[in-house]
Design a protein around this ligand. Structure first.
Ligand SMILES: C[S@@+](CC[C@H](N)C(=O)[O-])C[C@H]1O[C@@H](n2cnc3c(N)ncnc32)[C@H](O)[C@@H]1O
Length: 260
């Protein structure tokens, strides 16, 4: 009986995988991987058998059952099986079903976290998802329900929508109906973490205009506090972090050194 490691590959370039993930991948006998993972990751597991189980081939619930069966079969027959997933396995990655299948089969499992798309988008655009004073909460949301309806509300200061790239017009409408101001900033990022990442700025009112630019690319939509560009004029924030590095108490103002 083998072991199944669910590893987050990160959202883009191969070097965004964690060191722990890369080390496990190097020992893999079989790798079952998503469509979104970077082919360069193959170099990290050259002796493994690589099997593509990405969305294109397996997009419905039957597909998920087939993936579960493959994981279990290889988990029983092979040594170390890696289920390599784009971003983080716990975020919109059908991890629950796959863990359940492993539990039913009595397989040993491990989950290695990865950089989810929202975090890569924040990094690429230099837009922190939380902000002191204005952004105390973040939600990772998929607007699409199981039945294909679009569902959007106001649940956090920063809302990051996954799998909404084809629905930007309806998403904008739903969010305004849910009480968001039409002037709310929205940052749209596609292929975050890749060299060809694209980013555009909108308000909720003009969000639909992003559709053409990001068409056909994996896209996240950041709404609210975390979508705002960092204001260069808000120098005190920068001073405070510099103060922390220098060992100066930010609340006491610069120039006062902390006593050891
Ligand atoms: C099935 S979900 C998988 C999410 C993944 N587990 C994660 O943690 O990022 C696929 C959706 O994630 C988002 N996504 C994945 N990779 C992305 C990227 N590099 N840039 C922007 N969005 C991405 C898109 O919204 C895409 O439709």
């Amino acid at each position: 009986m083998g072991k199944v490691a669910f590893i987050g590959a990160g959202p883009g370039a191969a070097d965004l995988i964690t060191l722990r993930g890369a080390r496990l991948l190097a020992r893999a006998d079989v790798v079952l991987h998503d469509a979104l993972t970077d082919p360069a990751l193959r170099e990290l597991a050259p002796r493994a058998q690589w099997i593509h189980v990405g969305k294109r081939g397996f997009c419905d619930s039957t597909g998920q059952a087939a993936i579960n069966a493959l994981i279990v079969r290889h988990g029983r027959e092979d040594g170390l099986v890696v289920r390599l997933k784009g971003g983080d396995p716990s975020v919109f990655g059908r991890l629950e079903e796959e863990l359940q299948a492993c539990a039913e089969a009595g397989l040993e499992v491990e989950v290695v976290p990865g950089v989810t798309a929202a975090l890569a988008a924040a990094a690429d655009t230099l837009r922190p998802l939380t902000r002191r004073g204005s952004g105390r909460s973040v939600s990772l949301t998929t607007a699409m329900t199981r039945t294909g309806d679009l569902h959007a509300s106001r649940s956090a200061d920063t809302e990051v929508f996954y799998m909404a790239g084809k629905q930007l017009g309806p998403l904008s409408r739903r969010l305004r109906e849910a009480g968001w101001d039409p002037a709310t900033p929205v940052s749209v990022v596609s292929r975050a973490g890749w060299p060809d990442q694209l980013h555009s700025d909108h308000t909720l009112d003009t969000l639909a205009q992003a559709s053409l630019l990001h068409a056909g690319r994996p896209t996240v939509v950041v709404v609210g506090a975390g979508a705002r560009a960092v204001d260069a004029a808000r120098a005190p924030v920068a001073s405070a972090s510099a103060a922390c590095r220098e060992g100066i108490a930010p609340d006491q103002g610069l120039g006062q050194t902390l006593k050891p």
